[in-house]
Design a protein around this ligand. Structure first.
Ligand SMILES: Nc1ncnc2c1ncn2[C@@H]1O[C@H](COP(=O)(O)OP(=O)(O)OP(=O)(O)O)[C@@H](O)[C@H]1O
Ligand SMILES: [Mg+2]
Length: 263
């Protein structure tokens, strides 16, 4: 039975969709069968990241009963996608998402749900449809506030939060530290994704950034997160770390602990 993972944040533009694409591609690169679902029903753009523009069958059609969920699957090179309509023509019920996705759980190892930042039924649908959640945050006070709100909402709905993906990290003194974010949120940070213009480049070429620049720090971090979800041992050889005598980072330790809870 596949695992449904919701990628959540109540703050717009923090990197939910980019994380869904990069993590999905990283999971697929470990040979897993992966489906990405756009559940940002009011402002969808997962399809646009992957060159699926103006699709004829979308999650909206599934939720309004026009098509079955299997009919809305778009097969891409290494994973599958269910996109959403930019301008849906009929009424639909977001809360039907859970029962629809359930029909596909046997067909995939991982289903990743991209979500909306809006505090309404579409976000709720993503939360209740997921077996577990990753909350995307950036290291600043305004996003952390919304991260705390997202965590509280997920807890209220009973969906476990596996960890935070800390995105767009510059590593400068004006950012909140990983330790402070963990202390405040009481959720472990499982990935620290650098701010990287490669994400924009990847969107320009309609390809996951983990494929475009597989050896970038960003790609390696997504692959490490994917590895701990799949049970792979992924330790990229980095010569500079030998010379710097690098000790494990906090997120490496968190991933190891998380891995031990699954395998
Ligand atoms: N690690 C990163 N480094 C640099 N830019 C990034 C990074 N992650 C995302 N971005 C950029 O930030 C912008 C917002 O990203 P994205 O669309 O993934 O956010 P989102 O949380 O899904 O937004 P929304 O809430 O609107 O759905 C995009 O232009 C994307 O290219
Ligand atoms: Mg998005």
């Amino acid at each position: 039975m596949g695992k449904v993972i919701g990628i959540l944040s109540l703050k717009g533009g923090v990197g939910k969709t980019s994380s869904v694409v990069s993590l999905g591609a990283a999971l697929a690169s470990f040979g897993k069968k992966v489906l990405l679902v756009d559940a940002n029903f009011s402002a969808p753009n997962l399809g646009i990241h992957l060159n699926v523009i103006n699709p004829e069958k979308t999650i909206h059609h599934v939720l309004n009963g026009d098509f079955s969920i299997k009919e809305a699957i778009h097969q891409l090179d290494s994973f599958d996608l269910i996109p959403a309509s930019m301008y849906p023509k009929k009424q639909f019920d977001p809360l039907k998402l859970k029962e629809k996705i359930k029909q596909l759980k046997g067909d995939y190892d991982f289903v990743l749900i991209d979500s909306s930042p809006a505090l309404n039924n579409e976000t709720l649908a993503a939360i209740v449809s997921s077996d577990e959640l990753f909350v995307v945050s950036t290291p600043d006070y305004s996003t952390l506030t919304m991260t705390l709100k997202a965590i509280a909402l997920a807890k209220k709905r009973g969906t476990p939060i596996s960890g935070l993906i800390l995105n767009k990290v510059y590593n400068n003194k004006f950012e909140l530290s990983l330790e402070d974010i963990e202390k405040t949120s009481e959720v472990p940070v499982l990935a620290v994704i650098p701010h990287d213009v490669g994400v924009l480049k990847a969107q320009y070429y309609f390809t996951p950034s983990t494929y475009l620049k597989p050896n970038s720090n960003l790609s390696i971090e997504y692959k490490k997160l994917a590895a701990c979800l799949t049970g792979e041992k992924y330790a990229p050889f980095r010569i500079k770390e030998i010379f710097q005598n690098v000790s494990p980072k906090r997120q490496d330790v968190n991933r190891e602990l998380f891995y031990k809870t699954i395998f």
